[in-house]
Design a binder for this molecule. Structure first.
Ligand code: ZN
Length: 149
């Protein structure tokens, strides 16, 4: 577990310092705003859909290292996926950080996102880690605002 923690720390720091896809998409098909008032994380997720596939996805906003790193990795993983595949990942990610899915025991397609299983040890951080996913889900569902409260 401490190895996972080291990896977790390293990845979070890297993505926080140098977030991927941290930009606006001017002709985004959809966007949604996500807020996590408990921590002060606020971000906007942009999605460009083409034939029900996520052609491009990006985010902007401010927040703690975990929320930013999670959003950064979310954009990397979801890009190129179909809407359905993205929704499956959202569901699996949500279940992982709330302890409903065991990444070792249960079949899943989380891949490198598994490092966020580490937030289970820090309940206050669960909403930080899942904010970008809730926001993506809202954007894909055609909602424009989401709050973790
Ligand atoms: Zn946060």
């Amino acid at each position: 577990m401490s190895e996972l923690n080291d990896l977790y720390q390293e990845v979070i720091l890297d993505h926080n310092k140098n977030p991927r896809n941290f930009r606006e998409i001017e002709d985004a098909t959809r966007y949604a705003d996500g807020n996590n008032p408990l921590c002060g994380d606020a971000l906007r997720v942009y999605v460009e859909l083409e034939d029900d596939r996520v052609k491009d996805v990006a985010f902007k906003g401010s927040g703690c290292a975990i929320s930013k790193a999670s959003a950064s990795m979310m954009t990397q993983v979801v890009k190129g996926k179909s809407k359905v595949e993205a929704e499956v990942l959202f569901d699996e990610f949500h279940k992982m950080v709330t302890g409903e899915l065991d990444t070792e025991e249960d079949e899943n397609s989380l891949g490198k996102l598994k490092i966020f299983a580490g937030v289970l040890e820090f309940p206050a951080r669960v909403k930080c880690a899942s904010l970008s996913w809730h926001t993506l889900h809202a954007a894909l569902s055609g909602e424009e605002e989401v709050s973790t409260e």
